[in-house]
Design a protein around this ligand. Structure first.
Ligand SMILES: Cc1ncc(C[n+]2csc(CCOP(=O)(O)OP(=O)(O)O)c2C)c(N)n1
Ligand SMILES: [Mg+2]
Length: 656
């Protein structure tokens, strides 16, 4: 270990952090200054990375779960040679800078995930560590270990208080994710003051109870840090927590150890005082120690060598295992469904879209070998199991089915981590109403444009007897409010096939399939090209004779309801549109939208959800449900809430 260089790196982290935060007049100097030594050790000694090839599959992952401490990451990425320039750092938190307010995936190479909402990064790291084991189980052979890396995470007091961390840690312990090493920055400070205000448990004991390997020490004893990290690596069958006692804002003579240094610039005077105390020239801004630069120049040579060895090993593995290599290659390419067999549902078949979804999943799983996923303990209801594909358990990571346990929030975060790692195509499942329990992770999947697939079943009041707690009402509106997610609510089993195809072919963001509990009859579709048209969000399910007097727009289970109601009305001049995806439809050009919803024709929207968002599309006429449901059999609820044929037909007549 080259102590002198590591000190120079830590000094540089403190210098860049103080100046960047001061210049931006915004940011969090406390964590980067408190963990500068750990950061120096990680990038300077521990991490197996290759900044020239930031996407290298077998690199170690580092997740800064305490995302507010992002200047730690930016300083080190800059020094290590990732594409984060000094100009980016000088423009910390300004428009267009890679050094954004919190780490953003896709903006700065070397940032493995978007963090900031505390605890999410921790759950992502669990997902990455799980992906590593799953990929290793799929591709490593007796002669070659092409996937063999660690996932490191840095978590703060805030992460440790968050529930999502508890869920994810419990799952990681259960699965024995031994390549996961989390450093806990135990500085006993959060925003409001000392952690003693609200946090007094024994975190180490808690993690031990989860089945983790737990060590503790000082954040400032480099030898000990390295020794603990080595011990964590050797502990192969359990994730490791390394609790580090640290001093927030270390280096600031008057503010270190205080919550004042958590999230506010030090102030010009204290920056000067800190620089003097650290032996830096107070007149120099954004100082970089030459020993730090020299150290990383040497590291780059070493990293290139290690990466080069891997490339050679990979080539020899590929030559020896051509079938595995084909699967590997296809795992990183766009999904090809050209030869995939679909179940092929017939008109008149009565099948719940959740059941159809399960059949489609099982058909397509054959064509997409890296499709993996699971449910938060609702697999029998969600129909989310890949039959005969085994499940992942401690020490056995070959299976394709995951048991997330009753942990929706961690499921969302872990699934993001699976997607971020690369190589696997993850889905996860629960009741639609419980998206409330995983919304923060869904939002981040959308922000990061991760192609995660969600299977959300039991999608409306038609859940029935379980009552209002289990009947989603506001959830379609709430999900649609997240930018970048595609919500697909298929109207029958055939549409469910199309929805799965659309989800699998999407590469630039998450897709949710919103599926029914109850049976729906497969209906004959007017638009013979509907499978193509629906990719634009909507198509004509039933056409009017002559020019339409009314267009009924419906989604999911309400499409066949609308078709039946129109039949009951006995008026031929009514069109019914199935709008499988409102956001896809709204993103189409005017010509397409007018072809589906002709201007100047009266409209009615029918959906078993809150009316919010249907005002325009429904032309002011909406059959919705702007209250919570009731517990009763499905058919009784339909009558009670005006979602039966008679009620919808009455509404249609009133508009003619
Ligand atoms: C989910 C979530 N809630 C609240 C916040 C706002 N917040 C940012 S940092 C922080 C305190 C974190 O304390 P700690 O992790 O100990 O960081 P330190 O002050 O030690 O740097 C809070 C409440 C957040 N980022 N995410
Ligand atoms: Mg803290």
């Amino acid at each position: 270990m080259d102590r002198k260089s590591l000190n120079a790196i830590a000094l540089t982290v403190r210098s860049l952090t103080m100046d960047a935060v001061q210049k931006a007049n915004s940011g969090h100097p406390g964590l980067p200054m408190g963990l500068a030594e750990l950061g120096a050790l990680l990038y300077g000694e521990i991490l197996k990375i290759h900044p020239a090839e930031p996407g290298w599959m077998d690199r170690d992952r580092l997740v800064l779960s305490a995302g507010h401490g992002c200047m730690l990451l930016y300083s080190l990425l800059h020094l290590a040679g990732f594409d984060v320039s000094m100009e980016d750092i000088r423009r910390f938190r300004q428009l267009g800078s890679k050094a954004a307010g919190h780490p953003e995936y896709g903006l700065a190479p070397g940032v493995e995930t978007t963090t900031g909402p505390l605890g999410q990064g921790f759950a992502n790291a669990v997902g990455m560590a799980l992906a590593e084991r799953m990929m290793a189980a799929r591709f490593n052979t007796a002669d070659h270990s092409i996937i063999d890396h660690h996932t490191y995470a840095i978590a703060g007091d805030g992460c440790m208080m968050e529930g999502v961390t508890a869920e994810a840690a419990s799952l990681a312990g259960h699965l024995g994710l031994g390549r996961l090493i989390v450093y806990y920055d135990s500085n006993s400070i959060t925003i409001e003051g000392p952690t003693s205000l609200a946090f007094s448990e024994d975190v180490g004991a808690r993690f031990q109870a989860y089945g983790w390997h737990v060590q503790s020490g000082s954040a400032y004893d480099a030898e000990d840090l390295l020794t603990m990290t080595e011990a964590a690596k050797e502990h192969r069958d359990a994730p490791s927590l390394i609790i580090l006692e640290s001093l927030i804002g270390k280096g600031s003579p008057n503010k270190a150890g205080s919550h004042e240094v958590h999230g506010a610039p030090l102030g010009d005077d204290e920056v000067m005082a800190s620089k003097r105390a650290l032996g830096l020239d107070p007149e120099k801004d954004f100082y970089v120690h030459p020993d730090a630069v020299a150290h990383f120049e040497r590291r780059k040579v070493e990293w290139a060598r290690v990466h080069g060895e891997w490339v050679e090993a990979f080539a020899s593995w590929a030559a020896a295992n051509p079938e595995l290599h084909d699967i590997w290659r296809s795992s990183f390419e766009a999904v090809d469904l050209s030869s995939a067999a679909f179940p092929g549902f017939q008109v008149g078949e009565k099948v719940a879209t959740r059941s159809a979804g399960g059949k489609v999943l099982n058909s397509l799983a054959k064509a997409v070998p890296n499709l993996v996923g699971g449910s938060a303990d609702l697999a029998p209801s969600n129909k989310s199991v890949i039959d005969g594909a085994g499940h992942v358990e401690k020490g056995r990571y070959q299976g394709r089915n995951l048991h997330f346990g009753v942990r929706e929030h961690a499921m969302g975060g872990v699934t993001n981590g699976l997607a971020l790692h690369g190589g696997l195509r993850p889905y996860c499942a629960t009741f639609f109403v419980f998206t409330d329990y995983m919304r923060p992770a869904i939002r981040l999947a959308a922000m990061m444009k991760l192609p995660v697939i969600y299977l959300f079943t039991h999608d409306s009041i038609f859940v029935g007897e379980d009552g209002p707690t289990h009947q989603p009402v506001e959830h379609l509106a709430a999900m649609r409010a997240i930018p970048g997610i595609v919500i697909l609510r298929p109207a029958d089993a055939q549409e469910t096939e199309a929805a799965w195809e659309m989800a699998l072919c999407r590469t630039d963001g998450p897709t949710a399939l919103v599926l029914t509990r109850q049976n729906l009859e497969v209906f004959d579709k007017h638009d013979r090209q509907w499978r193509d048209t629906v990719k634009r969000g909507a198509y004509v399910a039933k056409e009017a004779r002559g020019s339409p007097k009314l267009v009924v727009v419906a989604t999911g289970s309400e499409v066949s309801l609308a078709v039946e109601a129109v039949r009951d009305v006995g008026e031929d001049a009514i069109r019914v549109v199935s709008m499988m995806s409102r956001e896809l439809f709204l993103s189409q050009d005017q010509a397409f939208r007018s072809s589906i919803l002709p201007p100047d024709v009266a409209r009615l929207a029918v959906e078993t959800g809150v009316s919010l968002g249907w005002e325009g599309l429904g032309g002011g006429n909406i059959v919705g449900i702007d209250r919570f449901g009731e517990s009763a059999p499905c058919a009784d609820l339909a009558k009670h809430f005006g979602f039966d044929r008679e009620a919808v037909a009455r509404r249609i007549r009133s508009l003619l």
